[in-house]
Design a protein around this ligand. Structure first.
Ligand code: DQA
Length: 143
């Protein structure tokens, strides 16, 4: 099984970007950890990042044909994008939203995501471990 791990805007800056909030790991290091855990779980991890909303939507559609599950850290588009909500609802493979930071403990404008009602569940607040926890959750969804 293949799992798409999709990352939205500004996540390419991890490591340099507000490390007090997002941790010191780069996105590439997180991708490596996901691939390693994926191998243990028998999952192929296709890990991607884009700063463009429409590209995320194309990848979600692509997942419908190619993936058994979608993990998405939508970044700030989670808070703004009804198009992402619609795309996640349009596919028949299960999806999980994740965030490094605990969005509920931060500014009010981060408390709501449009994507949350369109996915199976949301994991946030565990730093890079949010990705690994979501990958484990995906294994259960795929079974
Ligand atoms: C984030 C949380 C969002 O509010 C923020 O816009 C991000 C990162 C996270 O992983 O904690 O870009 O998705």
């Amino acid at each position: 099984h293949t799992v798409f791990v999709l990352n939205g805007p500004n996540l390419n800056m991890l490591g340099k970007r507000e490390p007090g909030i997002y941790g010191g790991q780069t996105l590439e290091a997180i991708a490596d950890d996901c691939r390693k855990l994926g191998a243990e779980l028998g999952l192929e991890v296709d890990f991607r990042q884009t700063n463009h909303e429409g590209v995320l939507i194309d990848w979600i559609h692509e997942a419908n044909d190619k993936a058994a599950a979608v993990l998405i850290n939508p970044g700030a588009y989670g808070h703004t994008s009804i198009a992402l909500h619609d795309a996640l609802r349009a596919i028949s493979v299960p999806s999980i939203e994740l965030h490094l930071s605990n969005i509920h403990a931060r500014e009010e404008f981060r408390h709501k995501t449009w994507t949350a009602p369109a996915v199976k569940g949301v994991i946030c607040g565990f730093g890079a471990d949010s990705y690994l926890l979501a990958l484990r959750a995906a294994t259960t969804l795929i079974k």
